[in-house]
Design a protein around this ligand. Structure first.
Ligand SMILES: [Zn+2]
Ligand SMILES: [Zn+2]
Length: 306
């Protein structure tokens, strides 16, 4: 049997099967994108630590670690400042130089902190300049660093060597932890997307009690329960032929090719041992509106399809 026979006998099942097939492909594509994204992140993390290592190698020889920052930044007006204030300013200068290297890919000759200008000593400036030439951060890394620029605003560094060394000891752990994060849609999705989309695609599970075509109302638009007043079930896009539910004419035994919209109120239906007027049948199924929203022309065209 081809799928359209199945669709007539059990439309919801066919809709589900189509959806599942589509979903498998969509999910495969999402998972592939996630894997590419993860590989990109690993590349960026690796590059970040490569730059940090380069920075450490470049500045290690300049001055003893505990004096380095104080020595490489010199202000114009050092006498006018309290020594602690000046040290704090210099610590901020250091953070700014790291930011300049990682995000702007250039080192300024001087920086202004708290209205005081500090010059970078020539050999330190040259060391950073050659670092940029040898380990220039990629534009992708620079872009990410710019996005977290606020982090650099309040973390003065007092010992650059100790800071960089401490950072580098985290490298393996960060990469290992990141690698272990499961990277697929099922793990990342927190909104039960598959079930929600399937529900949406499947729609209302109720079938027209006459022709068994599925209700196609989006009941989620109204808060009241599906089938209640003002939220009735309905085949908005037209009903099926009644014969699809086994209806036939009593006298001729021919299948009834009427659609629910075409049945007159005084026509009689026989279900099991009972005879109903269509009007009564409709009253009995008051949770349904049997008129579709199609106009006569659209209904005729739909009927012509059969
Ligand atoms: Zn119907
Ligand atoms: Zn419904």
């Amino acid at each position: 049997m081809t799928w359209y026979f199945d669709y007539i006998s059990n439309p919801t099942k066919i809709i589900e099967q189509f959806f599942i097939q589509l979903w498998i492909n969509v999910k495969k594509e999402i998972d592939q994108n996630l894997l590419e994204r993860k590989a990109f992140c690993i590349k960026i993390i690796t590059e970040f630590f490569y730059c940090i290592q380069g920075m450490l190698d470049s500045v290690r020889h300049l001055d003893p670690p505990n004096k380095l920052i104080d020595e490489i930044f010199q202000s114009d007006a050092s006498n006018a400042l309290n020594i602690n204030d000046e040290l704090n300013d210099k610590n901020q200068c250091m953070v700014r130089v790291i930011y300049q290297y990682m995000a702007e890919q250039r080192i300024p000759l001087s920086l202004t902190v708290n209205r005081t200008t500090y010059h970078i000593r020539e050999d330190a400036f040259k060391a950073f300049q050659s670092l940029i030439q040898q380990r220039r951060p990629s534009n992708e890394l620079a872009k990410i660093i710019k996005k977290i620029s606020s982090v650099f605003e309040n973390i003065p560094i007092s010992n650059l060597i100790a800071f960089l060394e401490a950072l580098l000891t985290e490298r393996e752990k960060i990469l290992r932890d990141f690698n272990q994060i499961p990277c697929n849609f099922d793990h990342i999705d927190q909104h039960d997307t598959y079930a929600r989309l399937l529900d949406k695609v499947r729609g209302c599970p109720d079938l027209c009690p006459c022709c068994r075509r599925p209700c196609d109302v989006d009941h989620t638009q109204i808060k009241s329960n599906p089938g209640s007043l003002y939220n009735e079930h309905r085949c908005q896009s037209g009903h099926n032929l009644r014969a699809m539910n086994g209806y036939k004419f009593e006298t001729t035994n021919e299948p009834s090719l009427l659609m629910c919209e075409q049945i007159k109120d005084d026509q009689i239906l026989i279900i099991g041992p009972r005879r109903y007027q269509w009007l009564d049948f409709k009253r009995y199924h008051s949770d349904w509106i049997f008129e579709s929203t199609l106009n006569d022309h659209e209904l005729n065209r739909l009927h012509g399809n059969f």
